[in-house]
Design a protein around this ligand. Structure first.
Ligand SMILES: NC(=O)c1ccc[n+]([C@@H]2O[C@H](COP(=O)([O-])OP(=O)(O)OC[C@H]3O[C@@H](n4cnc5c(N)ncnc54)[C@H](O)[C@@H]3O)[C@@H](O)[C@H]2O)c1
Length: 269
């Protein structure tokens, strides 16, 4: 069987120009993999190519909502690397709006990028991943893919959908040695999306971002917010040889937030 350790992998990372996608690309390159990053934001993409600065990196301007754009980029990546065995779906957007005020356009955009985009990329990559026999798909869902939050109903719908979709195709691809898993992080404040969320909440509550972050950390069982590495480590685990028997999982990266709390009815110990 061909060597499919992380260093030998050929990976496509959507949303790879910034935030979590960029950090995953960086980790894969450090491990020795060949990496393609795909992103809609040309400027960020150029910056990422410059800072990642690796002969094993290629970049594609990509709109995950467009079947043609996705197919062209994934095929070109497989041509360049002589195949493809790893797909990490990180492209995503978020919108804060009540269900009463949400326009059809806002709903469509969130579902198109956050859910249909994952479908299109998985569909385009699947033939290559099957061929590789030890393929890996890791999709970024969210704690909002397991719990409903007010004002982000579109995002929640998409992220719940990503988990359902991933579990379903995990069954289709398992016979070919391909695993499909999700990671479900709580808010990572350092990314573009994290900053957008923080700015919105700060404006809405009229509280400084620092105060909001401290309160969120305090309400987390492990008393801190996640850093990028927490999410990247979970993704790298799902890409590694060691996770080869795990598929259809949706792993919380949340310091226990969704799973545990203090004394029943009281909370704090
Ligand atoms: N930061 C958080 O708090 C957090 C928490 C849970 C889950 N997530 C998820 O993690 C993923 C990465 O988010 P992030 O925090 O790194 O945010 P980010 O904004 O830094 O990265 C998202 C990237 O997706 C790209 N993108 C947006 N629309 C696209 C499209 N149509 N086609 C291709 N690329 C597109 C953006 O240009 C950007 O580079 C997202 O799916 C997000 O929902 C983030």
């Amino acid at each position: 069987m061909p060597d499919k350790s992380t260093h030998a992998r050929r990976a496509f990372v959507t949303g790879g120009a910034s935030g979590l996608g960029y950090a995953v690309a960086e980790a894969l390159l450090s491990a020795g993999a060949n990496v393609a990053i795909g992103d809609i934001d040309r400027k960020s993409l150029d910056r990422a190519v410059e800072t990642l600065n690796s002969p094993r990196l290629v970049a594609f301007e990509l709109d995950v909502t467009s079947p043609q754009s996705v197919q062209d980029a994934i095929r070109a990546c497989a041509d360049k690397f002589g195949g493809l065995d790893t797909l990490v779906n990180c492209a995503g957007v978020i919108e804060f709006v009540t269900v009463d005020e949400m326009t059809e356009g806002q709903w469509d955009r969130i579902i198109d990028v956050d859910l249909k985009g994952v479908f299109l990329c998985c569909q385009a990559a699947a033939p290559f991943l099957r061929k590789s026999e030890q393929g890996r798909i890791v999709n970024i869902s969210s704690d909002a893919g397991k719990k409903g939050y007010a004002l982000i109903s579109g995002y929640c719908a998409a992220k719940f959908g990503v988990i359902g979709f991933s579990k379903a195709i995990a069954g289709e691809l398992a016979p070919y040695g391909v695993t499909v898993n999700c990671v479900c992080p709580i808010g990572v404040a350092s990314t573009q999306m994290g900053q957008k969320v923080l700015e919105y909440l700060s404006q809405r509550t009229r509280k400084p971002a620092k105060e909001l972050l401290e309160a969120r950390a305090e309400s987390t069982p492990m008393k801190r917010m996640p850093v990028t590495e927490d999410v990247v480590n979970a993704i790298m685990f799902f890409i590694s040889d060691e996770s080869g028997f795990l598929t259809g999982e949706a792993l919380n990266v949340d310091g226990g937030t969704l799973t545990t709390s203090g004394i029943p009815g009281i909370g704090e110990l």
